[in-house]
Ligand binder design. Structure first.
Ligand code: ADP
Length: 717
């Protein structure tokens, strides 16, 4: 009579799945010895389970099925050991002894099971033989894995051995149940064997098991939890609260689940991580610690030390380097390093291919190298981009097979690189670990940006104090300067009684010229230190532009200069002192002219710009702004100069004061506006001054009236 229980269909199912996996391995592309051996291994197990179920289903033919089951069992050790050997070859050349023993023993064992008369001694010896051989096989597999140079292999094997051992153990338990003729329990051993085969198939297919093993680890956690909850439920309903109504029981259980589930899951997960993924656990905890530390770091020097210390602490790397892009953006300088032969600097030009690849996220160079090797092994061409990346990786010195993480700023520009490697092992970092390391990019980027702002703030404070002192000094200088100038003018007066020789006249000229220059500098310093002007009237920007340009065009040295003017006739007015606006424009046009060496084209334009404003009082809405642009086609401004452009006394000119832009910015900001700079090295710069337009009572911009200023018409000159 066929037995209808959950064992039979489950065992049939497991057998069929094992056979399907075996077949799918053979059908998938290139079949190597290891695939053949795996297929044999899976098929043996598959048929073994099928024979078992047939043994249950057709008890009349017991003898045939019994022999089949025994035969397949006897064949399993030699197949399994050969497969394990092919999957993770032993470093030494000699043939492994265990497999030889299994090979030799297979023949008498087969003979033994084929003998028609089967005693229980035969059965027990077959069982012991299979069990002992498989256990020994798993043990040597584990040993071999532990010795492997590849960390991924170590982990993969550790996991395989655990699943294999569990499968074996539960198969034995299955049989114990079977012997006790209890068919009520599901065949856990069969299910685990199928899982084992599946994991092996995945390992063969992807050559990396990490993703699968992690998936299984999660599965393990979930199963463990389910059992735990079931146990709690059982204890509650059957033992503790037998007399309770189920409603209360369910409520109690729900509360338990809500409060206990998460901490319990975390605990189990941590436990599994610690056992199976020890290295990963170490890496994860040091990176977690580092992320928490980064939040408190403001100085860039401290950043380097902290990052390297944390990486060193994880004991997962032999070399590391944190590189920060230099001021002019041509390379990355080492901020901190760990290990020998870590380069001092990485040039952007030579590492270009590598840097470009970082757009796709963190890059494991060893992976690229392995893929290239695989391509070559298959006789295919290595993709040109991979070749370029590997060639560029040479600049990383000892870190050339490591993991590279690009750190970006808010504008997505690469501002730093974190490179690390472990050359003690192959496959040092799994994809998940690479992603984990990559998660450091964002906090490192924030620290770098913050440290820059912090540095600028410190510099600004220093300059503010300096500015106040300078203003005091300027006041003191102005009076004696006036006296010197007056005296020199008196001496130089041709109508005076004193007759001067040519040399004295020349010296007086120099005195007067330099006094004038000094006076201008002192005037600028006072401008900068002067408090904001309070009473400003709506001013017509276009009119101020025209008048200023008229004055500028009359200046000596502007003959080779062309100024194109395009003014928006419908420009609203701006609340600013006309004289101050004139000063801003003069500064910008003079800078542009000086940048081009006095010859070239400057474009001055004005336009209305709409944007979201934060004008106090009303709701945030589209507001009108007036934009005044001064564009030149000079040499442009380098990154280093750009960063200090508006700092008082910052100048690159021999006779510059470094106050023009500082004063301009102060004026513009005083009128509620801002200055934006766009510059392309070698192509030119554009300074845009943006002011909020003056609104009338109805909230519409007040137009500037051309009639208010007697002036030349709008278009260029
Ligand atoms: P100064 O003109 O006295 O040097 P500024 O504050 O006006 O002082 O300018 C500071 C610096 O900014 C200049 O020395 C120059 O290097 C740079 N700069 C300003 N405008 C331009 C421009 N249009 N093109 C190139 N560089 C510029």
């Amino acid at each position: 009579m066929p037995v209808t229980d959950i064992r039979t269909p489950a065992i049939v199912g497991c057998g069929v799945i094992a056979l399907v996996i075996a077949a799918s391995t053979l059908l998938r592309g290139r079949v190597r010895t290891v695939h053949l051996l795996f297929a044999a291994f899976a098929a043996d197990i598959g048929f073994w389970y099928l024979s078992q179920s047939l043994f249950f289903s057709f008890p009349t033919d017991t003898r045939v099925w019994q022999t089949a089951v025994a035969l397949l069992a006897v064949l399993l050790p030699v197949i399994a050991l050969s497969f394990f050997e092919a999957m993770i070859p032993h470093e030494a050349e000699r043939r492994p002894r265990l497999r030889r023993v299994a090979g030799v023993l297979t023949v008498p064992m087969v003979a033994l099971v084929l003998i028609p008369l089967q005693s229980s001694i035969v059965r027990v010896s077959v069982f012991l033989y299979v069990f002992a051989m498989l256990t020994a096989g798993l043990y040597t597999l584990g040993q071999r894995g532990a010795q492997s140079a590849s960390r991924a292999t170590q982990r993969r094997v550790r996991f395989l051995v655990v699943i294999g051992a569990a499968a074996g153990l539960f198969t034995v338990i299955d049989f114990a149940w079977f012997l006790m003729l209890s068919n009520r329990l599901p065949p856990i051993g069969a299910a685990l064997s199928v899982v084992f085969i599946f994991v092996l198939a995945q390992a063969l297919r992807h050559e990396r098991l990490l993703d699968v093993s992690e998936l299984l680890a999660k599965l393990l956690v979930a199963t463990g939890l389910a059992f735990l909850l079931a146990l709690i439920f059982y204890l509650l309903s059957e033992v503790l609260f037998k007399q309770f109504e189920t409603t209360y029981l369910n409520a109690l259980l729900a509360i338990l689940v809500i409060f206990v589930f998460d901490p319990l899951r975390e605990l189990v997960e941590q436990w599994i991580q610690r056992i199976f993924f020890r290295d990963r656990f170490d890496l994860e905890s040091s990176i977690g610690l580092l992320r928490r530390r980064l939040v408190h770091i403001l100085e860039i020097e401290e950043l380097g030390g902290s990052v390297v210390a944390a990486l060193e602490q994880s004991r997962r790397m032999t070399g590391a380097g944190l590189y920060v892009r230099d001021q002019d953006g041509t390379g990355f300088d080492r901020l901190a390093g760990l290990g020998p032969r870590v380069p001092e600097r990485i040039e952007v030009a030579t590492a270009r291919a590598l840097l470009d690849r970082l757009d796709l996220g963190p890059l494991a160079l060893e992976e690229v190298e392995r893929e290239a090797r695989d391509h070559k092994a298959r006789g295919e061409r290595v993709p040109a981009s991979d070749e370029a990346v590997l060639a560029a990786a040479a600049v990383l010195g000892a870190l050339h097979r490591g993991v590279v993480v690009g750190v970006r700023d808010e504008a997505r520009d690469l501002i730093a690189l974190l490179v690390l490697c472990d050359d003690r092992v192959r496959d040092a970092f799994s994809p998940e670990e690479v992603a984990l390391i990559g998660s450091l990019a964002a906090p490192i980027g924030v620290v770098i940006e913050n440290s820059r702002v912090y540095g600028q703030m410190k510099e600004r404070d220093r300059l503010a104090v300096l500015g106040q002192m300078a203003a005091g000094l300027a006041h003191e200088i102005r009076n004696p300067l006036g006296a010197i100038k007056g005296a020199a003018q008196l001496l130089a007066d041709p109508s005076a009684d004193v007759v001067l020789d040519a040399a004295s006249r020349e010296f007086l000229g120099i005195i007067l010229e330099e006094v004038d220059r000094l006076d201008r500098v002192v005037g600028s310093v006072l401008d900068l230190a002067r408090p904001d002007q309070q009473a400003v009237v709506p001013t017509d920007v276009n009119a101020v532009v025209r008048r200023t340009l008229q004055v500028l065009s009359a200046e000596p040295g502007s003959e080779d200069l062309r100024i194109d003017v395009i003014l928006d006739p419908a420009l609203p007015r701006v609340a600013i002192d006309a004289e101050q606006l004139r000063q801003v424009l003069m500064n910008l046009v003079r800078n542009a002219s000086q940048a081009m060496g006095g010859r070239g084209k400057i474009a001055v334009s004005s336009r209305v710009r709409l944007g979201r404003g934060t004008r106090s009082g009303g709701p945030a809405s589209e507001e009108a702004f007036v934009e005044l642009n001064v564009a030149d086609n000079g040499p442009g401004i380098s990154q280093k100069v750009l960063e200090n452009l508006f700092m008082p006394f910052f100048t690159t000119k021999e006779k510059g004061t470094g106050l023009g832009l500082a004063i301009s910015q102060r004026i513009v900001q005083g009128a509620g506006g801002r200055i934006e700079v766009r510059s392309y090295e070698g192509k030119g710069s554009t300074f845009a001054v943006i002011f909020p337009a003056v609104m009338d009572a109805l909230g519409t911009p007040t137009p500037g009236t051309v009639a208010a200023v007697a002036d030349t018409p709008s278009a260029g000159r």
